[in-house]
Unconditional design. Structure first.
Length: 282
C-alpha cells in the first residue's frame, strides 16, 4: 500500500507546476488534449496534481475493463512523462478511490491532505481544499462517509457496472451544483479580497448553497505548519486571497477547454515566485 507523504522537499533544479480540477472525462476530449500537450511541453521538473484530476473514479479495477480506453490513455501520458519529471498526486472529492494500482501504473507519488512542500527556499501547504469548506455541512458528512476504509471496501466490492451507475448519479448532481456555483462566482469575481469581504461573501454564498474555504480554518492550517501560503483547488475560484498575519491562500483554476474564454491554467513556482500561466490551445 502506498504511503501518503506528509512532507515533500524538492531539491532538483527547474520549475514546479501545480494543477487541479481538470475533471478529465471522455466527453471533453479537448481538455484532455490540452493537458496532454502541456505534459509533453512543460519545462517543469516537478508536477503536483491537487485533486479532481479525473471527473470520476469508480475503482482501480476499472482500468482493466473494456470501458477504460480514455482513462488508460491518461495513465499512459502520466507514466511516459514521469520519466522526465516527478509527479505527485493528492486525492480530490472526485478521484479519492485512486489507489495503489493506478498510482503504480502512472508512477505517481501520493500525498496526504494537507501536505507541506519545501522548494526553492519557500514553504507551502498543499491541499485539495474540500475539507476546509466548513459551511458545506452536507458534503462534509458525505466526505467522512466515503473516506472511511470500511465504506470504500464495501463500495469496491460491488460490481463495476453498479459502481459506475452510482458514480454517474453523483456526478450529475454535482454538475448541477457546480453550474450554479460558477454563475454566482463569475458575477462577483475578483482576484483579491480583504478579510471582511471574504467573510461577508462566504456567508452570502452559504445561503445560496455555495461554499468556499473557511477563513479561520485556513489560518489554523497554516499555523499548524508554521507556513505563510496555502495552495489549493476545489472551489473553482482562482485567485489570491488574503489571510491573517500577511498570509495568503492561492487558489488553482479548474480546466475547461470548451469554456469561453478557455480555462487552461497552471500555477508555476520559479525562482521562488508563484506565477499563473494560461496555456494557449489552437
Amino acid at each position: 500500500m502506498h504511503k501518503l507523504l506528509k512532507e515533500v522537499e524538492i531539491k532538483v533544479d527547474g520549475c514546479v507546476d501545480f494543477i487541479s480540477d481538470l475533471h478529465l472525462q471522455p466527453s471533453e476530449i479537448k481538455s484532455f488534449e490540452a493537458w496532454s500537450d502541456y505534459m509533453s511541453s512543460t519545462p517543469a521538473s516537478v508536477l503536483f496534481i491537487l485533486g479532481d484530476f479525473f471527473e470520476v473514479w469508480a475503482g482501480d479495477d476499472f482500468l482493466e475493463s473494456s470501458h477504460a480506453d480514455f482513462e488508460n490513455r491518461c495513465i499512459k501520458v502520466l507514466k511516459e512523462q514521469s520519466k522526465r519529471m516527478s509527479i505527485y498526486f493528492m486525492a480530490g472529492n472526485r478521484d479519492f478511490l485512486i489507489k495503489d494500482s493506478a498510482l503504480e501504473a502512472s508512477n505517481m507519488k501520493a500525498l496526504e491532505d494537507p501536505c507541506l512542500l519545501s522548494a526553492q527556499g519557500e514553504t507551502f501547504v498543499l491541499s485539495h481544499g474540500d475539507a476546509m469548506c466548513l459551511s458545506d455541512v452536507d458534503y462534509l458528512k458525505f466526505r467522512e462517509m466515503v473516506r472511511n476504509p470500511i465504506w470504500q471496501t464495501q463500495f469496491l466490492s460491488k460490481p463495476l457496472e453498479e459502481r459506475l451507475a452510482i458514480a454517474k448519479a453523483m456526478r450529475i448532481k454535482s454538475e448541477e451544483e457546480k453550474a450554479k456555483y460558477r454563475k454566482a462566482f463569475e458575477a462577483s469575481k475578483s482576484t483579491t479580497q480583504d478579510v471582511k469581504s471574504q467573510k461577508t461573501n462566504a456567508a452570502a454564498d452559504s445561503l445560496m448553497g455555495l461554499h468556499d474555504v473557511d477563513y479561520e480554518f485556513a489560518n489554523s492550517v497554516l499555523d499548524t505548519f508554521n507556513c505563510e501560503t496555502l495552495i489549493h483547488g476545489h472551489t473553482h475560484r482562482p485567485g489570491e486571497y488574503s489571510l491573517s498575519k500577511n498570509r495568503k491562500r492561492v487558489v488553482l483554476s479548474d480546466w475547461d477547454a470548451y469554456a469561453q474564454p478557455k480555462r487552461l491554467e497552471i500555477l508555476r513556482l520559479q525562482d521562488g515566485h508563484l506565477k499563473r500561466h494560461q496555456l494557449v490551445q489552437h
